[in-house]
Each structure stands twice: as structure tokens, then as C-alpha cells.
Design a protein around this ligand. Structure first.
Ligand code: FAD
Length: 543
């Protein structure tokens, strides 16, 4: 049998992150002969778990919090529950304050409203009222649209206008998320945690300053049926499950493949040309899961593309911040002083630590926007091994801090000692909230700054973890698209709806598109946004 790179395939997929593996698994199961290549030795991309501090402490260096994964169509179609297991913590978001109070948002409505009411009864009533709309909008609009090719704006809006839930959804989506949060809630701490929840992955404010929110992120934040989950044993286990599925379906994976360019013949993508001069041909398609610029500038070449498409590439925006990661191996999981106010703060999946007011948040936002390191330390975290004891040795613990930083904090120059000193600042701040976060509690620590992940994952250009900004100009009907001016060349990763992060959406959606365009009858039932919006009950009250 010829070696993997010495024969041709029906389809070639570039990039073995989760999008590439989801796409490959569907098409291999459909009977296509698929080659999946990655430039790295490792597969999984942002699904990466490593023992970087001490043996037995499994740290998730990239993605940790996976949104509603076990209910996605691809997790179910591919039977991934046979290979991978997800934990759904009952308490999702937690924020402790220096005044000794805490706010925890869980999955139970009454309990969550009672927690909010301890800070503001009015805000608790608001939450309960909006939760009713959110549950309907999430089930009828947000989830079905997440896994289907977006409809054109006019058609989508006409369908949404037909129902009360749709009209309410549109009204909120047309507002700036930050305005909505400030108008709805009166308590500063409630506003803060809610913004943490609204902003994608609780990371940053920028996205909530978009003029509108076509994806409906504000509404989603009131919903308690969906939420973040943890992959048992560490995020890499999802990659392992996907790779086993792909290989089991007859797919071929080849690591350490340096793709020099995508082969074009008569305007069609017909394979890849490797750095060593070899060519691997694809009879039916090539799909790239890389960032827009690698795919089209490096692998295709600007000279092959029409002017309008080049403009689209040039106008494409990347996320304006990066993440500095600090991973800790601990004797004890962090315990908050505010646990005496609400003990569930200690076991909430996602902590927002360090910002006490909206002013703190805005200050950090301004700092990052101006390319400065924020002067007020504020970060996201969570008690990973407390929720999943398999991520640390018995009785020991792991946790992490993600701090938002500018893409180039020192104008792109190395600043010796910065990373270690910044870790100390984070630990000092943390100890103000968690008195047991002492140096004696720390067994080992590992800093994973943006410059490192951007070097390893060259698709995360300039430290952009999503490979494209989630702003109103680039989401839903404005997404980059799955097709290209080159026939048979598909974009099957983060630049397409529903965008970056571990959603699998773009891999799943393009599997349906490619199958259809190749005339293959899919073995699964691809989701359809038009059918979902047409199904919305016409006479149902919004709340
Ligand atoms: C610090 C950090 C924290 C994060 N936290 C979360 C989180 O909690 N939740 C969440 O949902 N998301 C999170 N993300 C984002 C998430 O990891 C990514 O958005 C996601 O991995 C994108 O998936 P993908 O398949 O599109 O690309 P990737 O996972 O990036 O995979 C792309 C693959 O392509 C390969 N590749 C790149 N260039 C080439 C080339 N030229 N030729 C061949 N192969 C190539 C790469 O090696 C990689 O394997 C985080 C990311 C980082 C860095």
C-alpha cells in the first residue's frame, strides 16, 4: 500500500483541529477517501492537555470551557459519548467580591434568582422574566442556527418577524449588548458577572461593545438550559475521540505535513503541493480549516483571486486581544473568603476574579485597546480538578488564570522577566479573594502567553484564539463564508459561522454543504435554519 502522501484521495482537509476532524469524520463515514493533514506533530489544535507542571497534573493549555458540547448534532451523530465524557457542573459562573459577598449563576432558575436577589430583588425579577424568553429563543433560534448555514439577513428577519419570540429576539439583537445589560440591571456586581457571561467565553468586553448582536449573545446569557461543560480527563480527550472516529471511518491522518500551496488546475482545487515538492491530489475537494490569510494569501496566492474577494480578505478583522495563561498545580483547590456568603462559589465552573466595578472593567478595556498591559489585574479562572478529579493526582488540584492582554503588549518586543512577574501579580491578586492561594499551596506553575501559542498554532494569528473577531460585521449572515472563488475549495473552520471556539459548527455545516455539492446523500440529517425558523410556533407568547 502506498504511503499516505504518495497516493490520491477524494478529499484533502488541511488542519487537524476539531473542525477538521468533525468534517473528516462525517465525510469518511459517507464513504469518501479522506486525507487530513496537520503541520504539527500533534493533532487537536485548541484541544490540548499536557502535564506541564508536575506529573499527573493535566493542564488544558488552550480551550477549557466547551459550550453545550454533548448536545451538539455532531457529538450525537458521531456517537462520541461512546468515547468521550462531559461534565456539566451545576454552578456555571461565580464572582466573589472584596466586601465578602459573592454571586453564583447556576443551572437552577429558582436558586439563581435567589442568589441574585441577595444583591438586588429587582435584578432577580428581571432575570426570571427574561429567562422565559431566553429559553424559548435558545431552543427555537440560537441552537438551530448555530449548526446551519446562516440565512440571508432579510429572509431571516422576515421569518423571525412572524412570531412574538422572534420579534423580541430581533429587538434585543439590534441593541448593543453593553447597553442592554446596563439598562436591565441596577446592581454593579450583577452587571459585572452578567457581562462576563455575555462576552464570549467570559473573556472580554470588546465583543459586547459591538453595535448590535445578531447572534443574540445577550439573550443566551439568560438561558439556563444550555451552558459550558468540561471534557473529562482534559480537553484533549475530545480530540482523541474525534480522531478515533475519523480513523475508524477509514480516514487517513498525516502529521508534520508542510503544505506549500493548494494545487489549482483550470480554476479548481485539485490537491496540495508539499514543501518537499511532492503533490497529493484530491479528486473531489480541498477544505482548509486555517485562518483566512494562510489559506488565501499563503496557500492559494493573491494573484489567483478576484479583486472583490481580495477586498474581503483585506477587510477581515481579527480579535483585538490575546490571552495570557497561568496554570497552577496545587495542594488545595482555591477557597474563596466569600464562600461563607455562598459556598457554591468554590465550585463554580467559571470565575471572574479581580474586577470590582464596571469602571475597573472599562479601564482594562481601554488599556488593552491602547496596547497597554492592564493596570488592574482581572482574570477568568475555575476549579478544574475539583469538578473533574481525574485532572490531578488524588487529593491534589489544578486551576488556571486567563488574563486578557493586548496582542503586542510591548510593541512586539521581548520584555525579559515580564511573564514571570505578571504571574506573581496574578497570584497576589488571587490571594486577596482566596486566602489559601499562598506560595506554599502552589506545587508548580506554568505560564503560557500568547506569543507561545501563536508560535505553536500559527493559525491563531497574532494571538487571536478565534481566528476572526466576533463582531456584528462578521457573524451570522455576515460571516466569511464556506465557499471560495476557487471551485472545490472550501473554508471549513473558524472564519465561517458560527466562528472560532470549540463548537464544531463550521466542520459540521461544511460536511453537509460538501456532501450536497458532490451529490452524495448524507447519512445524517443536516440541520436547516430555514426549516427551524419556519417551525417556530406562531401564536406562542414570548415570555
Ligand atoms: C489560551 C486559549 C484558551 C481558549 N479557551 C477556549 C475555551 O475555553 N473554550 C472554547 O470554546 N475555545 C477556547 N479557545 C479557542 C479555541 O481553542 C479555538 O477557537 C479552536 O481550537 C478553533 O478550532 P479550529 O479547529 O478552527 O482550529 P484549531 O483548533 O486552531 O486547529 C487548527 C489546526 O490547524 C493546524 N495548522 C495550522 N496551520 C497549518 C498549516 N499551514 N498546515 C497544516 N496545518 C496547520 C494547527 O496545527 C491546528 O492543529 C481558546 C484558545 C486559546 C489559545
Amino acid at each position: 500500500m502506498p504511503a499516505a502522501l504518495d497516493r490520491s484521495y477524494d478529499g484533502i482537509i488541511i488542519g487537524a483541529g476539531h473542525h477538521g476532524m468533525v468534517l473528516g469524520s462525517y465525510l469518511a463515514k459517507a464513504g469518501l477517501d479522506i486525507l487530513l493533514v496537520d503541520r504539527r506533530l500533534k493533532y487537536g489544535g485548541g484541544l490540548c492537555t499536557e502535564e506541564v507542571t508536575e506529573p499527573g497534573f493535566y493542564h488544558n493549555l488552550h480551550s477549557i470551557n466547551h459550550f453545550h458540547i454533548s448536545d451538539t448534532p455532531w457529538f450525537q451523530d458521531l456517537g462520541l459519548s461512546q468515547r468521550v465524557s462531559y461534565i456539566t457542573p451545576p454552578y456555571e459562573f461565580g464572582q466573589a467580591h472584596l466586601d465578602g459577598t459573592a454571586l453564583v449563576l447556576g443551572r437552577d432558575l429558582d436558586e439563581t434568582c435567589a442568589n441574585i436577589a441577595r444583591l438586588s430583588q429587582r435584578d432577580a425579577d428581571t432575570f426570571r422574566r427574561w429567562n422565559r424568553l431566553a429559553e424559548k429563543a435558545t431552543a427555537q433560534i440560537l441552537i438551530p442556527e448555530r449548526f446551519a448555514e446562516p440565512l440571508p439577513q432579510a429572509e431571516r428577519e422576515a421569518l423571525l418577524e412572524r412570531t412574538e419570540v422572534g420579534r423580541e429576539f430581533l429587538a434585543v439583537a439590534r441593541c448593543q449588548p453593553l447597553d442592554v445589560v446596563q439598562e436591565l440591571f441596577e446592581d454593579e456586581h450583577v452587571r459585572l458577572l452578567f457581562l462576563f457571561k455575555v462576552s464570549l467565553f467570559g473573556t472580554w468586553l470588546t465583543d459586547t461593545l459591538s453595535k448590535t448582536s445578531p447572534m443574540g449573545s445577550v439573550i443566551r446569557a439568560f438561558d439556563l438550559q444550555t451552558g459550558y461543560q468540561l471534557c473529562r480527563g482534559g480537553s484533549f480527550n475530545l480530540a482523541r475521540g474525534l480522531m478515533e472516529t475519523f480513523i475508524g471511518a477509514g480516514g487517513r491522518f498525516e502529521p508534520q505535513v508542510q503544505t506549500e500551496r493548494i494545487l489549482l488546475e483550470s480554476g479548481r482545487a485539485t490537491g496540495i503541493v508539499l514543501a518537499d515538492g511532492r503533490t497529493v491530489r484530491a479528486r473531489q475537494f480541498v477544505a482548509s480549516t486555517l485562518d483566512i490569510h494562510q489559506t488565501f494569501e499563503n496557500l492559494v496566492g493573491r494573484e489567483q483571486l478576484p479583486a472583490a474577494f481580495l477586498r474581503k480578505i483585506d477587510e477581515f478583522q481579527y480579535t483585538a486581544w490575546s490571552l495570557y495563561g497561568l496554570h497552577l498545580a496545587l495542594h488545595e483547590s482555591p477557597r474563596f473568603a466569600a464562600a461563607s456568603f455562598d459556598p457554591n462559589i468554590d465550585r463554580s465552573l467559571k470565575w471572574s476574579i479581580g474586577a470590582e466595578s464596571m469602571a475597573d472593567l472599562f479601564e482594562a478595556h481601554e488599556d488593552v485597546k491602547a496596547g497597554r498591559v492592564p493596570s488592574i489585574i482581572q482574570f477568568g479562572s475555575g476549579p478544574l480538578s475539583l469538578l473533574d478529579p481525574t485532572q490531578a493526582p488524588p487529593g491534589k488540584h489544578t486551576t488556571y488564570a486567563w488574563h486578557v492582554l493586548p496582542l503586542y503588549p510591548h510593541g512586539g518586543q521581548d520584555k525579559p522577566g515580564f511573564n514571570a512577574a505578571f504571574a506573581e501579580k496574578i497570584i497576589d491578586k488571587w490571594a486577596k479573594y482566596c486566602p489559601n492561594l499562598t506560595r506554599r499551596n502552589i506545587i508548580g506553575q506554568y505560564v503560557y502567553p500568547a506569543e507561545r501559542y501563536a508560535r505553536e498554532m500559527i493559525n491563531m494569528r497574532g494571538g487571536d484564539i478565534f481566528m476572526g473577531a466576533f463582531n456584528a460585521e462578521q457573524v451570522m449572515y455576515n460571516h466569511f463564508g464556506y465557499r471560495s472563488p476557487i471551485s472545490n475549495l472550501y473554508i471549513s473552520g473558524s472564519p465561517g459561522h458560527p466562528g472560532g471556539a470549540i463548537s464544531g459548527g463550521a466542520g459540521y455545516i461544511t460536511a453537509g454543504i460538501i456532501a450536497k455539492e458532490l451529490g452524495i446523500k448524507p447519512w445524517w440529517t443536516p440541520w436547516d435554519a430555514r426549516a427551524a425558523l419556519e417551525r417556530m410556533p406562531q401564536h406562542e407568547a414570548a415570555a
